[in-house]
Write a protein that binds this ligand. Structure first.
Ligand SMILES: [Cu+2]
Length: 143
């Protein structure tokens, strides 16, 4: 091994933690479905928005608890599904909210303007099912 290749390997190891790990996705039941109970598409709000999340064909378990056929809710806020790496754990941010306690309801404090919301149901590792269990994307307005 030359000195140069040793350096390259060191560089790869050094930067590897910054790269997303690709994880095997678990198949979702055919009838799995996630949907908004509230808000409604194109609804307008003053103040906080209460999001109620519905689920069919699967069960809810807290993050970190591996039980077949279960997962927990995630809410994408102004984040297109195409920008989510479905093969790795979803990061935590204001745009990618986790309900890892198994919650089916949450409150959003959003600035005035229009916002897109989309639910993404993921497994105990925060990894998408295959195919993804995802709601339609809705747009709401905060005044
Ligand atoms: Cu999560």
């Amino acid at each position: 091994m030359t000195h140069r290749s040793t350096l390259s390997i060191a560089a790869v190891l050094l930067f590897a933690p910054a790269l997303a790990f690709s994880l095997e996705r678990v198949a979702a039941p055919d009838d799995a479905d996630v949907y908004f109970i509230t808000p409604f598409a194109d609804e307008a709000f003053e103040g906080p928005v209460t999001v109620r999340m519905g689920l069919r064909g699967m069960g809810i378990a807290p993050a970190g608890v591996e039980v077949e056929g279960t997962g927990h809710h995630h809410l994408l806020v102004n984040m297109p599904l195409e920008e989510v790496d479905l093969d790795t754990s979803l990061h935590f941010s204001d745009q990618t909210r986790h309900f890892g306690g198994g919650q089916t309801e949450g409150t959003l404090d959003l600035p005035a303007g229009t916002h897109t919301l989309q639910l993404l149901f993921m497994d105990y590792r925060h990894v998408s099912f295959d195919p993804p269990v995802v709601s339609e994307q809705i747009t709401i307005t905060v005044r």
